[in-house]
Design a binder for this molecule. Structure first.
Ligand code: ATP
Ligand code: MG
Length: 576
């Protein structure tokens, strides 16, 4: 055994060591049984434990433990965003109505709107495409200024009609949003992929299994979008994953084929028209299924999804005199064939040559176990999921109305203005915290991945511990950069402090007792990998280290000599 050096004690006696302690109101009056921990909803535990407080549904006050977790998540994101050369900015949280009117988003019912004393309209930012596009457009003039990639981490505000589960759906929440500006589509795709790679790194760092899913681009159409999800039944999204090709997609984006076609099913029709009102689109689908208009739009890009009134649409095609200049497209869902029993065609005397018929097009919402349209081989599995991030190629959706353009040399030797092409990239930091809390909760409480735990080690001192040796331990922990807190609450027993540290979800508890210089390290919960890195250190150790295992052979406790405590802790944390 390696002895404790006396010189350290002398040195320490003349210097006071800063020892971080648990927050003042740490678990104030919290008395919970294992049953309570299992049954009380996660968001209520967040407030009972004093991580956060909701002054009103959807609003949040961050208390020390919750704030520490959110700062850790932010650190992970900062690190990976900087690595992909994104520059940090911080935009105002108030935005004038003018820009939102220019992009047509001022009427969005989720905006929190307010007036200044001169009755000018503002909103609290829900997202920042408008502001960043304006900002960039007023700061660039030449293509030489591109590419640009900015990110920020701050509050966003949305007047959610149903704020839900605390941080999961707040009216105020912490978001990392990033925006890219490129000269052409090729460069914009390169940036998009660079940010996608950063997202992979971020979600891998957080250690919770995640899914990147093809997502709907909504009104923008034709562009590229992915959502980043944690699969869990509290989620509000529905995803399908293919058991063959592994592709994941949001239900709004999942195309599927039937296993076989049933000719006896009832057929319904929904009418659409193109934006130029020149083509009537008759979409036929099984009555028992839900038609997905965006799938029809994938076939007919010019489709008008806003005008849905069936009489209004058919009226446009009721005048026999003008019908000659119009076209009709019949789209049949893949679950139908020409022998299916179709409803009557509403337009009479039509010249048959003006009708085009498209068959075997998937236009209804997928259901579980249908065939994946991506690989046409595997079957689709359905999952509930929590959307924690979104990456979006925007093209010129914002740069066009807000005139974010640059001069580019043209072939005639002059200069032409061209719209900058944009991408936007969000991550919900508060939602990630709510989701990981939910996913990792067990009958002992929370279990934070070490990279985002509010601190990694709770230190407790048994009454038998010789207090004068404490400074040595804290100096070692400080020097090794270990994130720890001393639980120095008076009148709370050792056993309870250990249990509560596990309950809060701190990865390790260090117990200083009468066996010092041997120190006890207790493990909270299971690891994220089987490849336990600490074993490598254990095999080459030059200090005393004993392991206590449970009935299944899992290490639950480590007894480590003080000389090796810092390195043992750091190696244990790698897999936690
Ligand atoms: P949702 O469909 O859940 O309402 P969204 O698609 O409107 O979310 P985005 O505009 O893509 O959300 O925002 C980017 C990220 O911000 C989301 O992926 C999510 O993690 C987070 N987020 C969005 N709305 C909220 C909210 N009300 N509370 C907490 N986080 C949110
Ligand atoms: Mg989204």
């Amino acid at each position: 055994m390696i002895g404790v050096r006396a010189s350290r004690y002398r040195h320490l006696a003349i210097r006071s060591i800063h020892t971080p302690t648990v927050p003042k109101l740490y678990l104030n009056n919290v008395e919970l049984s294992g049953n309570d921990l299992r049954n009380i909803p996660t968001h209520e535990l967040f407030t009972k434990f004093g991580f956060i407080h909701h002054p009103k549904p959807g609003l949040v006050h961050w208390l020390p433990v919750g704030l520490a977790i959110s700062q850790k998540v932010s650190q992970v994101i900062h690190h990976r965003m900087r690595e992909c050369d994104a520059e940090e900015i911080n935009l105002s949280l108030l935005s004038s109505s003018q820009l939102w009117q220019e992009t047509g988003r001022w009427d969005n019912t989720e905006l929190f709107k307010l007036k200044d004393s001169s009755k000018n309209d503002f909103c609290l930012v829900a997202t920042c495409e408008e502001e960043i596009t304006k900002l960039v457009s007023s700061n660039i003039n030449s293509y030489k200024n591109l590419p640009l990639l900015y990110y920020q981490i701050n509050e966003k505000f949305r007047d959610e009609k149903r704020p839900r589960s605390g941080l999961l759906r707040g009216r105020e929440f912490l978001m990392k949003d990033a925006y890219s500006f490129d000269l052409n589509e090729e460069a914009a795709m390169e940036t998009y992929n660079k940010v996608v790679d950063a997202y992979y790194e971020i979600f891998q760092d957080l250690k919770i299994p995640f899914v990147k899913a093809d997502a709907d681009t909504g009104e923008i159409g034709g562009s590229l979008s992915h959502e980043w999800h944690y699969l869990h039944n509290v989620g509000e999204d529905t995803l399908f994953t293919c058991d063959e090709c592994g592709n994941s997609s949001n239900i709004e984006k999942t195309l599927s084929f039937p296993e076989d076609v049933d000719e006896s099913i009832d057929v319904s029709v929904q009418y659409f028209m193109t934006k130029d009102k020149g083509t009537l689109v008759c979409a036929y689908y099984p009555t028992e299924r839900s038609i997905e208009p965006s799938f029809v739009k994938e076939e007919i890009p010019d489709l008008d999804l806003i005008e849905t009134n069936q009489d209004t649409i058919l009226n446009e095609f009721s005048n026999e005199d003008t019908l000659i200049s119009k076209k009709i497209i019949r789209i049949m869902d893949s679950r139908l064939n020409l022998r299916s029993n179709f409803p009557d065609f509403p337009i009479k005397f039509i010249n048959r040559s003006l009708i085009t018929t498209l068959t075997d097009i998937p236009i209804v919402t997928a259901v579980e176990n249908e065939i994946c349209a991506k690989c046409e081989d595997g079957h689709l599995k359905l999952h509930r999921a929590i959307e924690v991030g979104h990456t979006f190629y925007l093209g010129d959706k914002y740069s066009d109305p807000l005139k974010c353009e640059v001069e580019v040399p043209n072939t005639e030797g002059g200069l032409t203005f061209t719209n900058v092409l944009m991408g936007c990239y969000g991550i919900g930091i508060s939602r990630i915290i709510a989701a990981i809390g939910e996913i990792n909760k067990d009958s002992n409480g929370f279990r934070w991945p070490s990279i985002i735990a509010p601190w990694n080690v709770t230190v407790v001192q048994s009454p038998k511990f010789d207090n004068s040796k404490g400074s040595l331990v804290y100096e070692l922990l400080n020097a090794a950069g270990i994130s720890y807190r001393l639980d120095n609450r008076p009148k709370i027993g050792l056993g309870k402090k250990i249990k509560q540290s596990h309950m809060v979800g701190i990865p390790l508890t260090v117990i200083l007792g009468n066996q010092f210089p041997l120190v006890e390290i207790e493990i909270r919960g299971r690891r994220y990998t089987d490849d336990l890195q600490w074993k490598r250190l254990y095999e080459t150790r030059d200090f005393e280290w004993e392991i206590v295992t449970d009935a299944e052979g899992n290490d639950i406790k480590h007894l480590v000599h003080i000389d090796g405590v810092a390195s043992a802790i750091n190696s244990l944390l790698i897999d936690m």
